[in-house]
Design a protein around this ligand. Structure first.
Ligand code: UDP
Length: 258
């Protein structure tokens, strides 16, 4: 990996220059952060699980006509994606109250929302990703009106599809975060789904037991993060057969089993 030039390093992923112009390699790290990176840890195997879970979800979304940046998985920790211009807005879709909406509106965790609710947060770590409205997005030019219309439409379609996909494996999709980008060809520009969809950015509860199968286990010091992510991968039918804790990390070193 070190021979490739690094374009950007985020909290959980690294972007490297891709093999062809207009492509990037998205590398999934084992690093976990929460509360605007005030809490950090390494969860061995998380990158592998998020890579295969996100590959599966993006492939399924592509099959129903949602355009995405995903091209193909390259290895246990890498995927080839289209280079896109990221729109600096995190789009959150909620079906059930959890996390920040509970604090903000005084709702009890687990309350079903009257309908799916879309929220926006400005992607800025220094500001702690503040919540914003559609007005901020268009007034500050982060996205134009027609782009925002497409984003909302796509976010709700993704929600409908993923609610069904997870329900089929006994999981409630409580909420999740999406990111979008602009993909330019010579003739036109297309809004595409970017980033990843994995238990790092979704709340996933077992439908029978309400057990949390997502990053809240890390945020709340519950433990069992990897087992929970593995359970999601297993139910989706994408759990790698190799011991994920033994798959090489970013430096090509083998990680010890824990
Ligand atoms: N989320 C995310 N990245 C962020 C903030 C939130 O992926 O920077 C996801 C989070 O995992 C959850 C959803 O977006 O599935 C809604 O998060 P919420 O606003 O409740 O914030 P949190 O409780 O994570 O602070």
């Amino acid at each position: 990996m070190s021979r490739r030039s690094k374009i950007y390093e985020g909290k959980a992923k690294i972007l490297y220059e891709g093999p062809e112009p207009g492509t990037l390699i998205q590398y999934f790290k084992d690093d976990a952060t929460a509360f605007n990176a005030q809490k950090r840890a390494t969860l061995q195997g998380k990158g592998v699980l998020n890579n295969v879970i996100s590959e599966h979800v993006f492939t399924q979304l592509d099959a129903i006509g949602i355009p995405t940046h995903f091209l193909r998985r390259l290895s246990m920790r890498e995927q080839l994606v289209r280079a896109v211009e990221i729109i600096p807005v995190e789009v959150v879709v909620r079906n059930v109250a959890a996390g920040s909406i509970c604090k903000r509106l005084g709702l009890e965790e687990g309350t079903a929302l009257p309908r799916a609710i879309v929220e926006y947060y400005y992607k800025d770590d220094a500001l702690g990703d503040p919540m914003i409205s559609e007005e901020h997005i268009t007034a500050f030019g982060w996205a134009q009106d027609f782009e925002l219309d497409e984003i909302i439409h796509m976010a709700l379609r993704v929600n409908d599809f993923l609610c069904g996909m997870f329900a089929a494996i006994g999981i409630r999709l409580v909420d999740f975060k999406l990111e979008f980008g602009r993909f330019y060809t010579e003739e036109h520009m297309q809004i595409v789904l970017a980033d990843e969809i994995s238990p790092d950015g979704c709340r996933l509860w077992d439908m029978k037991t309400n057990e949390k199968l997502d990053k809240d286990r890390f945020r709340r010091d519950m433990g069992g993060e990897i087992e929970a992510y593995q359970e999601v991968a297993r139910r989706l039918g994408v759990l790698p057969s190799a011991d994920i804790r033994d798959i090489a990390d970013g430096d090509g070193r083998k990680k010890r089993k824990v």
